[in-house]
Design a protein around this ligand. Structure first.
Ligand code: AKG
Ligand code: FE2
Length: 316
C-alpha cells in the first residue's frame, strides 16, 4: 500500500488487510469532515519488515492507496473508534478478498503418478463423504478419512512442511507451532460437489489454520466442472459473512492450492461422462492445525521435521 502525505511525499509499505494500523489510518481519514473532532495522533509504521519506521502526524495524511482494494464503512463517529467490547454491528465492516497460493508441479512426475496409482488401487476403501460425521446433502463425494497414516500422505506432508514458512508469509499469517496435520483423500465423480463451507471456526489454538489441497487426475482431464470458488468475506468485529463475489480456481493435476482455513469455499459440481472411478477428480486435503502448547519432541512429515517449537538454543 501507499500513503500520500501533505507536500506530495509518498510512503510505500506492506500491511496485512486486517492490520490494526490499517484500520487506524482509515479511521483518521473517516473522522474528518464530520461534526465531531477529527482523530489526531502521532503515527509510527513499520517499513522493510521492521528494519525501518515511518513517523508522521495524522494531520499530514492525505490518502491511503491499497492493493487489493479494502473497503470500509465508517457510519457513525462512534464506529470510527472500535472497541472489542462493542457489539459487532457497531464496528466497521471490511471486505476481504481471500489470498491463496498455487504451487504447480508440487510432486515429481513419478510421485504424482504414484499418487494416482494409490487412489486407483484403494477404490474399495473410499466411503461417502460426511460433514461432522453425518452423510449430508451438503457434500457428495468419496473419501478415505484415515489417509493421514499412509506413506503417501507423509510424502505430501513432508513436502508441504518444507514450504510452511513461505506459506504463512504469503498468506499473512504469523508462524505457528503445529499440533497435527489432518488429511483426507477424496474422489469426486459425476454429479459430486461440496457446498459453500469454511474448514475452521476461527484462529484460536487447536484450530485448522491452513487448508492445502493437492490435485491429481488422469490426463487429458476426464471431467469438467469441479472448480473451487473462494468467496470474499465481509468482516465485522468477530463476524465473518461470505459475500456473493468469488475467485474461481480450476483444478490442475499435480497442483497444490493453499488458503486460510477460515476462508469460505465451494466445490462446484463435477461432470464426468464415463462415470469411471479412475476418471475421478482426486484431491488430498491437508489441514495444518496449530497448538498453544508446542511439543518440541513432536515429529512431522517423515518424522524429522520439528515444527512443534523453536529449539531452546535458537530462542532469542
Ligand atoms: O477439493 C477441493 O477443491 C476442496 C475440498 C474441500 O473443500 C474440503 O475437503 O474441505
Ligand atoms: Fe473445505
Amino acid at each position: 500500500m501507499r500513503l500520500q502525505l501533505e507536500g506530495g511525499q509518498e510512503i510505500s509499505l506492506r500491511l496485512a488487510e486486517n492490520a490494526p494500523e490499517l484500520m487506524t489510518l482509515f479511521q483518521i481519514l473517516g473522522s474528518r469532515g464530520g461534526d465531531v473532532e477529527p482523530m489526531e495522533q502521532f503515527l509510527q509504521l513499520p517499513l522493510e519488515g521492521g528494519e525501518a519506521a515511518a513517523s508522521f502526524h495524522s494531520r499530514q495524511l492525505v490518502s491511503v492507496i491499497t492493493e487489493p482494494p479494502v473497503i470500509v464503512r465508517l457510519e457513525t463517529p462512534q464506529a470510527a473508534h472500535p472497541a472489542a467490547d462493542r457489539p459487532a454491528e457497531a464496528q466497521p465492516a471490511v471486505v476481504h478478498t481471500p489470498r491463496y497460493l498455487v504451487i504447480e508441479d508440487f510432486l515429481s512426475v513419478d510421485e504424482h503418478e504414484d499418487m494416482l496409482a494409490y487412489a486407483l488401487q484403494h477404490e474399495e476403501e473410499f466411503e461417502s463423504g460426511t460433514v461432522e460425521g453425518k452423510a449430508s446433502p451438503h457434500r457428495q463425494n468419496q473419501v478415505i478419512m484415515g489417509f493421514a497414516e499412509t506413506a503417501h500422505s507423509r510424502l505430501l506432508q513432508n513436502r508441504l512442511l518444507t514450504w510452511l514458512p513461505h506459506l504463512t508469509r504469503e498468506l499473512d499469517l504469523a508462524p505457528f507451532p503445529l499440533r497435527h496435520v489432518e488429511s483426507q483423500l477424496t474422489a469426486s465423480n459425476d454429479g459430486h460437489y461440496y457446498r459453500l463451507h469454511s474448514d475452521a471456526g476461527g484462529d484460536q489454538a487447536g484450530a485448522r489454520m491452513l487448508t492445502c489441497v493437492y490435485y491429481f487426475f488422469r490426463q487429458p482431464r476426464p471431467f469438467s466442472g469441479g472448480a473451487l470458488r473462494l468467496y470474499d468475506v465481509l468482516e465485522q468485529g468477530e463476524r465473518r459473512m461470505p459475500m456473493t463475489s468469488y475467485r474461481e480456481l480450476e483444478p490442475v493435476s499435480n497442483r497444490l492450492l493453499v488458503f486460510r482455513s477460515h476462508v469460505h469455499h465451494e466445490l462446484m459440481r463435477i461432470r464426468c461422462p464415463s462415470r469411471q472411478f479412475a476418471d475421478s477428480r482426486f484431491a488430498v486435503t491437508n489441514w495444518l492445525i496449530s497448538t498453544d502448547q508446542p511439543d518440541p519432541q513432536a515429529g512431522f512429515g517423515w518424522g524429522q521435521l520439528r515444527c512443534g517449537a523453536v529449539p531452546a538454543q535458537f530462542e532469542v
